[in-house]
Design a protein around this ligand. Structure first.
Ligand code: UFG
Length: 349
């Protein structure tokens, strides 16, 4: 793809769910995304904007070469492992890929002309932290990760902050709440293996393509007894990354910002929204609590508005579910198709 005079942005993990939506947003905003991904969980078909480089995030030499070859000025760092449950049984892997990968990325961009980093952090850095179930979370809330996944995200934030102070990089760590939905074009969407997220599982159950949904606990101290989460449309998340690239930050500055809609939705509210969208009930059963689930995680997103001039625009629950349903009904790629060797080649743009 022709780069022209567009500024090149390295997007590590750009073949994944949030990364691909962000690459599209970058393209639409006049940037040239250079996606760096090992395709361990991402999809080649999801890389439709800019350039693709196949590589491991721990490979410092390949990263440095990519930064130099594409004259990269800014980096958005998504690459990493995300399954909270797996992090409990394989913390070693999470520290290696998430923390080790960030160490190699920081070394690769140091002294190579990169002056802005946007880091994919998570609401998982907060845990429940003594908060009441209806309290929203500001950035300064206590950090009490409930999983090694959250630990690694927090450790990366600390490393990046120190790097900023020491070397003059400016960075924003975006703490995502629950990413959901899909681009309305149908070209990209959510595809995880295994899928553990509520909305795709509820849709699969309603469409009769998956087992009945298990609702993980109805005895939480929340209004209907199920966990509260702050669902944020993936396109709103993508827009926050572009805003973080553009934010007016001094050299050496490190910022954190919550990226959520600021509205808590219970598991049963999501089940009801999926039933409305599909026009059929969601077969479900009440199950036990899932280890590591905080009762509620709802953002106070006011600082993101102040720092980034950003606010959620597509994150009404019914809109998120409608977009997710469009994708799930006809995904352009999927782990099932990949396993069967049936992946489709994306049309060049
Ligand atoms: N849930 C069910 N049944 C399921 C799946 C999920 O009841 O089959 C419930 C969970 O218990 C939770 C809610 O639905 O209360 C949302 O669960 P998800 O698995 O969709 O998302 P999580 O809140 O566990 O985690 C997500 C990301 C993490 C991130 C976290 C931060 O997957 O990477 O949000 O809020 F750290």
């Amino acid at each position: 793809m022709n780069r022209g005079s567009k500024p090149a942005v390295l997007v590590t993990g750009g073949a994944g769910y949030i990364g691909a939506h962000t690459a599209k947003a970058l393209h639409e905003q006049g940037y040239f995304p250079v996606v760096y991904d090992d395709l361990s969980s991402g999809f080649r078909e999801a890389v439709r904007w800019g350039e693709f480089v196949h590589g491991d995030i721990r490979d410092g030499r390949a990263l440095a070469e990519t930064v130099e070859a594409h004259r990269i000025k800014a980096v958005i760092h998504f690459a990493g492992l995300i399954e909270v449950g797996r992090s409990v049984v394989r913390p070693d892997l999470f520290w290696d890929v998430n923390v080790g990968g960030t160490i190699s990325l920081l070394a690769a961009i140091r002294d190579r002309g990169v002056d802005r980093l946007v880091f994919s952090s998570s609401a998982a850095v907060y845990g429940q932290g003594g908060r009441g179930p209806l309290e929203t979370i500001p950035e300064a809330a206590p950090k009490a990760p409930a999983s090694p996944y959250g630990d690694t995200k927090l450790a990366c934030e600390w490393m990046i902050a120190a790097e900023c102070r020491a070397y003059g990089l400016s960075a924003v760590a975006l703490r995502y709440f629950n990413a959901a939905g899909a681009d309305p074009s149908g070209a990209i969407g959510e595809a995880h293996e295994p899928e553990t997220h509520l909305i795709p599982l509820a849709i699969a159950a309603a469409l009769g393509r998956g087992p009945a949904l298990s609702v993980f606990g109805t005895d939480y101290d929340t209004p209907d007894g199920t966990c509260l989460r702050d669902y944020i449309h993936v396109n709103d998340l993508a827009a926050a990354h572009v805003a973080a690239l553009k934010a007016d930050l001094a050299a050496g500055c490190f910022e954190t910002a919550n990226v959520g809609a600021g509205q808590g939705r219970s598991v049963l509210e999501v089940v009801a929204a999926v039933a409305r969208a599909v026009g059929r009930p969601v077969p479900h059963a009440i199950g036990a609590r899932r280890a590591g689930d905080p009762p509620s995680l709802v953002a106070d997103p006011s600082y993101a508005r102040e720092l980034l001039g950003w606010a959620a625009e597509r994150s009404e629950l019914d809109q998120i579910v409608a977009d997710a349903l469009r994708w799930e009904a006809q995904p352009a790629y999927s782990t099932g198709a990949r396993a069967a060797g049936r992946t489709v080649q994306a049309a060049p743009r």
